[in-house]
Design a protein around this ligand. Structure first.
Ligand code: G3P
Ligand code: MG
Length: 301
């Protein structure tokens, strides 16, 4: 049972919540714990968290369960969910004819039985590829998913999404615009909007213009630039998604003090994940969905 008290402050709406929810095998209850609020018309009692401005789970499955199943496929999402993961990160780009699909690389070579640039193939051509056999026999015959199909699966199963906009070179603005527009339509009635992130600031800028209400995170690879705050501010980001090898306590403190959320990628060592949470990071992206259990990082009851 959850009761809400609405408190309005500038652009934010915060609900103070008295809650008692069941999460996995755990019964979690509390008094006046803040539960969300960057999105005035929606609130998300998904998971109590000590940080009021991070409305998502603390652990995120990378490329679905992209190590144990073929990355960025429906099977990888299902496998991540079977291990208790309630948020998935996945990479989205456009086919030649503008269909939003899940694929990490610019080419299909590594993760399919085909070859060549994804941006040079129509969706009908991409749909004929086997994107599972390269991983293992169990997944032979897997087909490339559309963003639409992943939205259907995640929404039907209460799973949150971190959509990484991963444009093929030269299509940054178009990809940002189309993915954001489509995400806005697909998640229109969702409790939790997808978090859009990208290494491409051109893509994030286009996403901001196309769907300003969807939350965005600036994705950074390597050492964060000294002007990270100016960049995040320009793109009206809610947070930064940082490379864990360059995440330090001082950086976490600065980012938190500046009011941004912090999701850290890609961490496969439980001790390191705990350390990042101890420093105040909001979420961690991991490949190790079989051995690292989300319940380990839930608050004590
Ligand atoms: O979004 C976090 C992480 O996925 C970024 O790197 O190369 O795995 O897409 P990559
Ligand atoms: Mg990614």
């Amino acid at each position: 049972m959850i009761t809400k008290t609405r408190v309005e402050q500038e652009n934010l709406v915060q609900f103070t919540t008295t809650f008692a929810v069941t999460y996995g095998a755990k019964r979690v209850s509390g008094d006046k714990m803040p539960a969300l609020f960057l999105f005035p018309d929606r609130w998300i009692p998904l998971m109590p968290n000590t940080r009021p401005n991070w409305p998502y789970p603390k652990l995120i499955a990378h490329r679905g369960a992209g190590r144990h199943a073929p990355e960025n496929t429906l099977s990888s999402m299902r496998l991540g969910a079977s291990h208790g993961y309630t948020m998935m990160e996945y990479d989205v780009k456009l086919s030649k004819d503008g269909i939003a699909i899940l694929l990490h690389d610019d080419t299909v070579d590594r993760t399919s039985n085909g070859s060549g640039s994804a941006a040079a193939k129509t969706f009908n051509e991409l749909a004929l590829l086997d994107v599972g056999a390269w991983h293992s026999k169990a997944y032979a015959g897997e087909t490339i998913p559309t963003l639409q199909s992943i939205a259907a699966y995640t929404l039907a199963n209460g799973i949150c999404s971190n959509i990484e906009i991963k444009p093929c070179s030269g299509t940054e603005a178009e990809t940002g615009r189309q993915v954001a527009r489509l995400a806005q339509a697909l998640w229109a009635d969702a409790d939790a909007p997808p978090l859009l992130s990208s290494f491409s600031e051109l893509a994030l800028e286009a996403a901001m213009q196309a769907a300003p209400d969807l939350p965005r995170a600036l994705l950074l690879d390597g050492e964060p630039p000294s002007n990270w705050q100016e960049r995040a501010q320009r793109l009206k980001c809610m947070g930064l998604n940082l490379d864990h090898e360059y995440t330090t306590p001082a950086l976490v403190q600065s980012v938190r003090q500046a009011g941004y959320t912090l999701a850290i990628w890609t961490v496969n060592d439980p001790a390191r994940i705990q350390e990042l949470f101890d420093w105040g990071c909001d979420a961690v992206v991991t490949d190790e969905v079989a051995s690292i259990k989300p319940s380990t990082f839930m608050p004590a009851t």
